[in-house]
Each structure stands twice: as C-alpha cells, then as structure tokens.
Design a protein around this ligand. Structure first.
Ligand SMILES: *Cc1c(COP(=O)(O)O)cnc(C)c1O
Length: 378
C-alpha cells in the first residue's frame, strides 16, 4: 500500500459487531469474561483497548514498522524509551534538543544516575568521536527545534549499529509523511502525535514505532507496567487526524516554502532557518532523507533584541502566539521564553537561539493571507 492509502486503511477494519466504518471509541475500563481466563483477548483497559490497538496498527504501517506503542503524550513515550536503560548508562543527544526532552533527561533521570550529553550531530563523524564506554542510546531529533538543523539519520545509525548502540529518532517535526527513520536504520521512532499526526490541536498523545518484535514487546511491557496509556477518545481523535495527514503536511510544506522565501527578502529579517534553502548547511542530507522540507520556519531579526521580537509576536492575527506546532492553523512562537525556557541561556546562545528568534508553524490556510499577516506585523 502507498502512503495515502495507508493513512486511511492500514489497521482499520469495520467494527465486527455493527459494521461501523469508523473505529468505535471503546470507552470501557474492563471486559466481561465467560469463565476465568475465557475472554476475547481483552481483560483490562490499561493493558488492551481496541481503539488504541487499531491506532497502533495504523501507526506501525505509516513508519514501516512491525508494531507501535501509544502513550498519553510524547514525553510519556520518551519516558518509556529511557526505562529501557539503567543507571550509569549514557544518552548522547543532539545539542538542539526539544526543551521538554532535555528537561526529562537532566532533571528527572539524572537523579537516577542516568547520564546525558548533548553534542553536535550535524557532522556524523563527530558522533563516532563522542561515543563513550557508557553510551547506550543515541537520541536524534531532525529537523531540530527551533534551529531546523538536520542530522544524517542513516550515517549516525550506521555508526551506532557497529557499536551495538540503540538509536531513537524523534520524528515529530517531519511527520511520517516526510521521513521514515526505521527505513534509514533507526531502532525506534518517536512522535509527539500532539503535533502533525493529530494535526488539529485538540489532543496530547505520543507513540513509538519499532521494527523488531522483541523490542516492541519490551516497550508494551513498560506501557502496561508503568501505565502512561492514552484514553480511547484521544486514540480516536488521532486516528481521525491521520486520515488527512498527507494532505495537510503537503499543503503546509508548500506554504512554508513560500513564506521562507518571502522572509529571506525582508529587510528586517537577518536570518531564515529552513532546510529547503540550498544554502542550508545540511540541505543535501535533508533532500536525501525527507520528501519535502517541512512546515517549520524560524527567523531572526536585524533588530536583535527581545522588544523587537515581542512587537512582532503580538501583532500577527492569523499566526496565533502559542506553544506547539503541526496543527492546521498557523502558530507563531518565541522559543527563548516559551518552548526552550528550561534550557540555560548560555546553552541556547551556543546554538543560535537568540532572544529575537521567532518560530513559525505554518498551517494550511491560504498562503497569500499568511504572508499579508506577516507583512503587516513586520
Ligand atoms: C512536543 C514535542 C515533544 C513532546 O511531546 P508532548 O506530546 O508535548 O509530550 C517531543 N519532541 C518534540 C520534537 C516535540 O515537538
């Protein structure tokens, strides 16, 4: 099946009891047994839920995996991955990691003796140099947030595999429509389905997709043993959102391309970060591993201060000032004070995340209206 067919049909069967074409919301906590142990494969809803099971089958197909494991949020999915490790182990991550991922590693897991280091992965050879004796997991995010840097997934995963180190790719910014890390050698794909996969800014959800059944079984064990499962209504909303994933992401990418070029020519804009520019340092890798260049665009101002950024952030109308991304509506954000406030300022400045940096999540509105909105604000 091709992608546009998979989003609609993979893992989805009409409900056997009624023929309902939409997977029902099985809003139940338990299932009746005819005799002890005589049941239909469902015992208790933390362990099994048919709405969640349909979603997991569908997600596995979108990332070309064998199984998916769903959680109540993207960070709950990350938490489950980290629980595969033990104290003394080390995670090597990109130095431009999502703020919440960074916070979980350094503020929650550090006190359990887990080590984490944040390194430059934009040159794959550097990863080989940085691997230490305790490195057990390599955490890739690409494109990164908010600098939109690109990591060569195939190159980093090949280095990790030679050393027996597990790799995870946070694929939230690309979505499964643009990039499939399992095909490039990754062991685990993570999504905050809150973003493009759900796509309508109405649910918080996370998932992992793997290509090895033994690893899937371990993660299902953690899902059940630790219990951060999503509710059936949330799974239904994600399933519904996925049906238009390809259409939404394609249009959003087309809009983002036009907006990136518009910003590049604007006299008040000093820099535009978007992997589709031929001048982007890892443009060739983006071209190789992504189908389009994504719908996130960051830019910096000539007037390099917080006040100038604040003025723009509070002047747009179609771009709403809010955290998050990946919905049908366009959002504008200020990473330094919003998504990345938990990262120390000197760490932020090292990667170019200044106080005047502005991040756009481009939606699927008419692009002329979006550009007019930015024009007025600038
Ligand atoms: C939002 C996000 C997360 C966290 O997901 P939640 O669903 O908010 O818990 C992780 N990684 C990236 C890249 C994100 O954008």
């Amino acid at each position: 099946m091709k992608f546009a067919t998979k989003v609609i049909h993979a893992g989805i069967e009409p409900d056997p009891s009624t023929g309902a074409i939409m997977t029902p919301i099985f809003q139940t906590s338990t299932y009746v047994q005819a005799a002890p142990g005589d049941h239909k494969g469902f015992e208790y809803a933390r362990t099994q839920n048919p709405t969640r099971a349909a979603l997991e089958k569908n997600l596995a197909a979108l990332e070309n995996g064998v199984d998916a494991i769903c959680f109540g949020s993207g960070l709950a999915a990350q938490d489950a991955v980290i629980k595969l490790l033990k104290s003394g182990d080390e995670i090597l991550s990109v130095n431009d990691l999502y703020g919440g991922s960074y916070r979980q590693m350094v503020r929650v897991y550090a006190q359990w003796g887990l080590k984490s280091r944040f390194i430059d992965m934009y040159n794959a050879e550097n990863v080989a140099r940085e691997i230490g004796p305790d490195t057990k997991l390599i955490w890739i995010e690409t494109p990164t947030n908010p600098m939109l840097k690109i990591v060569d997934i195939a190159a980093v995963c090949a280095i990790a595999r030679k050393k027996g180190i597990m790799t995870v790719v946070d694929n939230t910014f690309a979505s499964p429509y643009l990039q499939n890390p399992l095909d490039l050698g990754a062991d685990i794909v993570l999504h905050s389905a809150t973003k493009y996969i759900g796509g309508h800014s109405d649910v918080v959800h996370g998932c992992l997709i793997v290509k090895n059944q033994e690893l899937a079984d371990k993660l299902h064990f953690i899902q059940n043993a630790c219990g951060a499962v999503p509710g059936p209504q949330d799974c239904f909303l994600i399933l519904r959102g996925i049906k238009t994933l390809h259409l939404r992401v394609q249009r959003a990418c087309e809009n983002a391309e036009k907006i990136a070029h518009y910003l590049l020519k604007h006299p008040k804009v000093s820099k535009v970060y978007w992997p589709g520019f031929a001048s982007h340092p890892n443009h060739d890798i983006a071209k190789k591993q992504m189908r389009m260049f994504g719908a996130m665009v960051s830019f910096d101002l000539v007037d390099n201060n917080m006040a100038a950024a604040t003025k723009i952030l509070s002047s747009t109308h179609l771009f709403s000032l809010a955290e998050s991304l990946g919905g049908v509506e366009s959002l504008i954000g200020h990473p330094a004070s919003m998504t990345h406030a938990s990262i120390p300022k000197e760490e932020r400045l090292k990667v170019g995340l200044t106080d005047s940096l502005i991040r756009l999540s481009v939606g699927v509105e008419d692009v002329d209206d979006l550009i007019a909105d930015l024009e007025k604000a600038l």
